[in-house]
Design a protein around this ligand. Structure first.
Ligand SMILES: Cc1cc2nc3c(=O)[nH]c(=O)nc-3n(C[C@H](O)[C@H](O)[C@H](O)COP(=O)(O)OP(=O)(O)OC[C@H]3O[C@@H](n4cnc5c(N)ncnc54)[C@H](O)[C@@H]3O)c2cc1C
Length: 421
């Protein structure tokens, strides 16, 4: 009898799980991907219609298969060091899924264009907004990042504000609603800000970015060979040990490259105290060095800034917004996990006590090895797994393709063994 795996979310992570399940399944398997978007593989990152929004990982790091690092690069015919349009990546994922399914006649994939509204465990099943209940032998949560939420100072701000608030700059069409007469204040100066500012500034819109630190993401550049890590990773037992090791290396970019494959291991080995210390004191600096933009993006960004269209400052967004200088306040602050467990589809599992927040309230609790969703007593929920940004509290480094594809490969192998497909 055919087994069924239900994947909730058909962005990059859900599509990679489907690709790897289809590659390794040996007997009849139905994969149902519950995803409201028309096309799989897009999600937030790879659905942008702007061809100027480039990948922030070089093509050599974006293959769907760890064992074939050139797979993406050769599919789109570019150099491993190139940064191609993000839209191109979603097409690659769909083409790869199609090609894998063609070679796997016993695997059927169904894209259910719907939203999951609730999840039941034992036995796992997914309730959808319009298509009823879908049962499976396993459920994979590939929901991506939590939605951003409105900060208190905006929610409780004066009723007659002089500006309109854009909570999620990635909602389709949102950027089109902004015109050259608008003056836009972006809260947050990370990679989302860079994308948004460039799309708008190219059209002649004036943008100001503000954050507490005023730091822009660093830029990718050619780097030295990754230096060897300490023989004993246990010597990196606190954030200060890692920072000290990075500072001792001649090239910080290559130091990050060496750390990347073991960051999850280092994070998991830290005590809760050291993890919180990292989040409090190192997170900003870590993020701007780890999540970099390409040189081409940086060049264009600085040209637009030199033309007076983009400005960045360190400061208090609330004070700036109160100056009446801006007609739009746009939140580029990224995901906010605070509402994650209280909304669909996870709220149903919370009610049953089957799911709880991840370490430090980030994402959801998962087993570091298997990806199984965990109850608050630390036991694994049978048959329900998570992948991607939902696991940030557990693994820290798990939001980009190199880690997501490794998780997808591992999960597919596990499910095949467990379900004997
Ligand atoms: C703007 C941006 C650019 C990025 N660029 C890169 C890059 O260049 N390289 C890189 O490696 N990483 C990049 N990332 C990191 C990114 O997190 C991953 O690469 C990847 O897109 C994450 O995939 P995902 O499937 O987990 O999330 P998403 O791609 O966001 O997909 C989640 C999917 O879940 C669906 N969903 C949500 N709720 C429900 C529900 N209740 N029912 C059904 N479906 C639901 C959504 O519709 C969505 O399609 C970027 C991230 C962002 C935000």
């Amino acid at each position: 009898m055919s087994k069924r795996v239900v994947i909730i979310g058909g962005g990059a992570a859900g599509t990679l799980v489907a690709i790897h399940m289809a590659s390794v399944a040996k007997s009849p398997l139905t994969i149902t991907v519950v995803e409201p978007r028309e096309r799989l593989g897009e999600g937030i990152a790879y659905s942008t219609p702007d061809f100027g929004h480039l990948l922030n990982v070089p093509a050599g790091g974006m293959s769907a298969f760890s064992a074939e690092p050139d797979h993406f690069r050769s599919a789109v015919d570019c150099a491993a060091s190139d940064f191609v349009a993000r839209r191109t990546y979603s097409r690659y994922l769909r083409d790869t899924l199609r090609a894998t399914l063609e070679k796997s006649p016993h695997v059927t994939l169904q894209h259910l264009r719907d939203s999951a509204s609730a999840i039941e465990d034992s036995p796992p099943s997914v309730d959808t907004s319009a298509s009823g209940v879908v049962s499976g032998d396993a459920v994979v949560l590939a929901l991506g990042n939590a939605a951003p939420t409105v900060p208190e100072w905006i929610a409780r701000g004066p009723a007659a504000s002089t500006y309109r608030v854009v909570v999620d700059p990635w909602l389709p069409g949102v950027l089109d609603s902004i015109g050259v007469d608008d003056r836009v204040l972006c809260v947050g100066t990370g990679l989302t800000f860079v994308d948004v500012a460039m799309t708008l500034a190219r059209r002649g819109v004036n943008i100001r970015g503000v954050s507490r630190h005023g730091l822009l993401p660093q830029v990718h550049a050619p780097m030295a060979a990754p230096p060897p890590l300490p023989d004993d990773l246990a010597t990196l037992r606190a954030p200060s040990d890692v920072l000290r090791w990075i500072r001792l290396q001649p090239d910080w970019r290559s130091a990050f490259a060496s750390l990347r494959p073991v960051t999850q291991r280092i994070w998991c080995s830290w005590t809760t105290f050291h993890q919180s210390q990292f989040l409090r004191h190192c997170r900003r600096q870590w993020d701007v060095h780890r999540h970099r933009m390409s040189q081409d993006v940086a060049n264009e960004f600085h040209t637009l800034a030199d033309a007076g269209l983009i400005a960045i400052q360190r400061g208090d967004a609330r004070a700036l917004a109160a100056t009446s200088e801006f007609s739009v306040v746009m939140l580029c602050t990224g995901p906010d996990d605070s509402a994650l467990l209280g909304s669909a589809p996870l709220a149903s599992l919370v009610l049953e006590g089957s799911i709880c927040p991840g370490p430090h309230g980030i994402g959801i609790a998962t087993d570091p090895r298997s990806g199984a969703v965990q109850r608050s007593d630390g036991s694994n929920l049978e048959g329900v797994y998570a992948i991607g940004p939902l696991r940030r509290g557990t693994l820290w480094e798990c939001t980009a393709i190199p880690e997501i594809r490794a998780e997808a490969e591992h999960l597919a192998a596990q499910l095949v063994e467990r379900l004997c497909v």
